[in-house]
Design a protein around this ligand. Structure first.
Ligand SMILES: [Zn+2]
Length: 149
């Protein structure tokens, strides 16, 4: 490690406050009204829309925006899996971030629609994780007690 990197590393680690996003610093969390204004509410660690199709994850490194798929830990243990994630860095003023968030959510919604697949049995459309096989959804496969053709 050369001297400059050593100094930067020292500054980085000795000032953890500098890593905290401006919008989440202090008692007033300015991001909450932005997220609520976009129709999102907290759900299992994410901010999601009412239909649970889009999600925003908050972290010290910024915001991660994506559409919500279903993943499976085991055949009986589904979990929410974010897809096509966009990373947004939190900004000192809320307006640009609200604008970027709106764009990222719209892109995520478009991407989700592109990934929906049709069930041959119920004619509904589902995210990939809700499909049992190529041609039918989990609900139809369970109801009919068979695997998809
Ligand atoms: Zn179906």
């Amino acid at each position: 490690m050369n001297a400059v990197v050593g100094i930067l590393a020292h500054v980085w680690w000795s000032e953890p406050e500098a890593e905290i996003p401006v919008l989440t610093r202090g008692p007033a969390d300015l991001l909450v009204p932005i997220l609520e204004g976009l129709g999102l509410s907290p759900s299992s660690g994410l901010w999601t829309d009412a239909a649970h199709t889009l999600g925003v994850a908050r972290s010290p490194a910024g915001l991660f925006v994506g559409w919500l798929d279903v993943g499976w830990l085991t055949a009986d243990e589904p979990f929410t899996e974010m897809r096509d994630i966009t990373h947004l860095v939190e900004r000192p003023s809320p307006e640009p971030l609200a604008h970027e968030l709106g764009i990222a959510l719209a892109e995520a919604a478009r991407s989700r629609v592109e990934h929906l697949r049709g069930c041959d049995r119920c004619d509904e459309r589902f995210v990939p994780g809700q499909m049992f096989g190529a041609a039918c959804c989990h609900s139809c496969a369970v109801r009919d007690g068979d695997a998809c053709g």
